[in-house]
Design a protein around this ligand. Structure first.
Ligand SMILES: [Zn+2]
Length: 332
């Protein structure tokens, strides 16, 4: 369905109700070609071009965003979306990101962020989990009221449109009180695999790769960048409470089993364990020790491995993963 707009037609010398037609324009500048969508109004009486002023502004922004994108600069609409979707003022947001108090305001006013600033803005715009971790880590920068308002808005975004892997990660962080990226990646791996064998489908659709330190879901690594998360960023029960209803009964059983029986072991124990398991070993066939690889750990290899665990350890429920963990880690 196309919206209709009023515009002044120069040929007909009057206001007409136009329909909009979208085309892709190309603009060559300094050896670069910028492609960007533009909209034009078409006069229903003479067929001439009559584009409403608001649409002309939009076209200008579309061009600017295309130039910014080619140069690794975040689009202006993304800059504007962040304070809005996470219900946070531009000054507290700026402080939360560790920037000068007025930096974010300047970007909103049209100053062009550097590539580094752009990466941060894009990351938090795309990932409610990344923003939530920043919010908890910097809660001292906000009043209690402002913190809770932004926290509730962010949890709403995470619940309604966050990727499932982010919801699962936030739930695990809140329940384990740990945000060790190494451990979290392994916990998500076991949760994904257990869901596959217990529920017939993986917990989330994200690609898993066989990295040097075990199975890794790169999406979580790139978007959330857990590397710098300290104890002060950790979530409380309000986060797990907000997310619990977004999982099915079987998924919760799996997540709780992982939290109790897998997360009790140190990140390095979990790394060593996955290094003995077929999915990681097979995906790294021909790759030397310590050599980076982006080889995929396929759903099929995970399904086969976890099905085997289920049979070998006479598992009836996800919590029976305890038998495997005890036998392979503690030698019981
Ligand atoms: Zn006309």
């Amino acid at each position: 369905m196309s919206e209709r707009f009023l515009a002044f037609c120069e040929q007909c010398r009057k206001q007409v109700s136009v329909s909009l037609v979208e085309t892709l324009e190309e603009y060559d500048f300094n050896g670069m070609t910028y492609a960007y969508p533009v909209k034009r109004g078409v006069c229903p009486e003479c067929g001439g071009v009559a584009t409403p002023n608001s649409v002309l502004d939009e076209n200008q922004r579309s061009f600017t965003d295309a130039v910014r994108a080619v140069n690794g600069i975040v689009g202006q609409s993304v800059v504007e979306s962040v304070p809005e979707q996470y219900s946070i003022g531009k000054r507290p947001l700026s402080r939360l990101l560790g920037w000068g108090e007025h930096t974010y305001s300047r970007f909103l006013d049209g100053d062009v962020p550097s590539v580094d600033y752009s990466k941060t803005i894009e990351r938090i715009a795309r990932s409610p989990l990344a923003f939530l971790l920043r919010l908890y880590g910097g809660r001292g920068e906000l009043s209690g009221v402002a913190f809770r308002k932004s926290r509730d808005a962010t949890l709403q975004v995470l619940r309604d449109c966050g990727a499932k892997i982010e919801r699962a990660a936030a739930y695990i962080i809140a329940r384990t009180g740990s945000a060790s990226p190494l451990a979290l990646q392994k916990e998500l791996y076991y949760a994904d695999g257990l869901c596959l064998s217990y529920d017939g489908a993986p917990l989330f659709p994200d690609r898993c790769e066989a990295w040097v330190y075990g199975p890794v879901f790169p999406r979580l690594w790139e978007d959330v960048e857990l590397k710098g998360i300290g104890e002060e960023s950790l979530f409380g029960g309000e986060v797990s409470d907000a997310l619990v209803g977004t999982f099915s009964g079987k998924e919760l059983e799996v997540l709780d089993a992982v939290i109790v029986h897998v997360a009790r072991f140190s990140p390095y124990v979990l790394r060593d364990l996955t290094h003995k398991e077929r999915p990681w070993v097979d995906a790294r066939a021909g790759v030397g020790d310590g050599v980076p690889s982006h080889n995929e750990i396929t759903i099929e290899s995970m399904a086969q491995f976890f099905k085997g665990l289920w049979e070998d350890y006479h598992m009836e429920r996800p919590g029976d993963i305890d038998r495997y963990m005890r036998a392979s880690v503690l030698g019981e």
